[in-house]
Write a protein that binds this ligand. Structure first.
Ligand SMILES: [Zn+2]
Length: 428
């Protein structure tokens, strides 16, 4: 079934509407209303999931495998600097992470599944609020997992995608194992004693202590990782003191540690906390150290990676991604609902190319139809039983075609003639 141009145009209009009216975490009410209005006539819509999210249920003609498709809903707190008709009308807020595209794609897959219902199985959509979370706040994925609409459920596959400026529009990237890194956010608060600047001996300088900690943390992390270990360490905020003429009583910094490997993650967390505590103690300062927003890595299930390499070539361009990024996503938590696959949607072409979270971020909108084609194909493949049994050998993508083929038993491919042209049709 080829995506008609009209359908793609309709989804691009939806994407632009969402882009024009971005909403921050847990305030996505207009966004939710727009999606509910569109989906309620064709599926069962539960509103108020995780506060401002939606869960949408689509049943096939008979019971069978189950697929969860997730799209995040929230925008990013950055000023939109684009000069296009769909630029954000909400000052300081922009869909700079492409979540507008994710929503349009999943809404598009839903419409196509409903128009041509699978013989068996069910598809559940999760429109998830609040993927972008500041220090210490709860994640929208965690809230969705705790919601009655999803609590305790299991799916045969949990699928999602993320806009990826490093890839051209028309391409879908599949990471071999890790699709996003683990992230640990931290806050270090240094507690000193205030005094007049003229009598520093009466005080304990929290700013001096914190500046030492900042330098030592960068050095300590750099010297506690081996060259092959993927790590990104950042201190992103610093604040403290009350007056230029006072010894600062208090100073704090926040940052993140991003890793892929659990052993490296544990080692570096220990290094970070130890350096902060020992440096504060050396200067007779107090210290409060807090970890927050601890997010596991997004791991792609080997069976779903194999399925993607069996199903997607010919429909879309597939990139075998071998170097996982150090970005993170709370899609990681949804792995609790079943084997998961998070693919990267190429967005760069006539437009696009600016990095994620930049106020100039935009996409080549051909990516919308490509995303729909890819996610629909993967969904139908799981519903048709073409997913290898858990534990069956699945070979890293692209290295062994025979391995990938195991996910597609001979004769099980129900690809309609012409379906392979879908990407060409939608990507034109
Ligand atoms: Zn994002």
């Amino acid at each position: 079934m080829v995506l008609a141009h009209d359908d793609v145009d309709d989804l691009v209009r939806l994407r632009r509407q969402l882009h024009r009216h971005p909403e921050l975490r847990f305030t996505e009410r207009r966004t939710a209303a727009l999606l509910a209005e569109r989906l309620a006539p064709i599926a069962r819509v539960h509103t108020g999931v995780a506060d401002t999210g939606l869960v949408v249920e689509i049943e096939g003609r008979a019971p069978g495998p189950s697929v969860l498709l997730r799209a995040d809903m929230d925008a990013y707190p950055v000023q939109d600097v684009k000069e296009v008709p769909w630029a954000s009308g909400n000052p300081g807020v922009c869909h700079a992470c492409g979540h507008d595209v994710h929503m349009a794609v999943v809404a598009g897959v839903a419409a196509r599944i409903v128009a041509d219902p699978p013989a068996r199985g069910s598809v559940t959509l999760l429109f998830q609020p609040a993927e972008e979370i500041p220090f210490g706040e709860a994640s929208g994925a965690a809230a969705a997992l705790a919601d009655a609409a999803l609590r305790g459920r299991r799916f045969d596959a949990v699928l999602g995608l993320h806009c990826w400026p490093d890839l051209p529009a028309g391409t879908v990237g599949v990471d071999r194992e890790t699709a996003m890194a683990a992230k640990d956010a931290f806050r270090v608060e240094v507690l000193g004693r205030a005094a007049h600047a003229a009598t520093p001996a009466l005080g304990r300088d929290a700013i001096l202590g914190l500046s030492g900690i900042v330098n030592l943390l960068h050095a300590g992390v750099a010297r506690s990782r081996n060259p092959h270990e993927l790590v990104a360490f950042n201190i992103g905020t610093i604040a403290g003191g009350a007056s230029q003429s006072q010894v600062a009583e208090r100073a704090e910094a926040t940052g993140t540690l991003r890793t892929h490997d659990e052993a490296v993650r544990g080692r570096l967390k220990e290094v970070v906390e130890r350096i902060a505590r020992q440096q504060a103690a050396a200067l007779d300062l107090g210290l409060r150290f807090t970890w927050a927003n601890e997010m596991p890595p997004v791991r792609n299930a080997a069976s779903l990676v194999a399925l993607a390499h069996a199903e997607l070539p010919g429909l879309v361009d597939v990139a075998d991604l071998t170097e996982p990024p150090l970005t993170t996503d709370d899609f990681a938590l949804l792995g609790a609902l079943g084997p998961s696959l998070y693919v990267k949607l190429g967005v760069t072409g006539e437009r696009g190319g600016a990095p994620l979270h930049s106020g100039a971020f935009d996409v080549d909108e051909r990516c919308v139809g490509v995303g729909v084609a890819a996610l629909e194909r993967l969904t139908r493949a799981v519903l048709a039983g073409r997913l290898a049994e858990p534990g069956a050998p699945a070979t890293p993508a692209g290295t062994d075609q025979a391995g990938a083929d195991q996910a597609t038993p001979a004769g099980a491919d129900d690809t309609a003639p012409g379906e392979r042209a879908a990407a060409g049709a939608v990507g034109a």
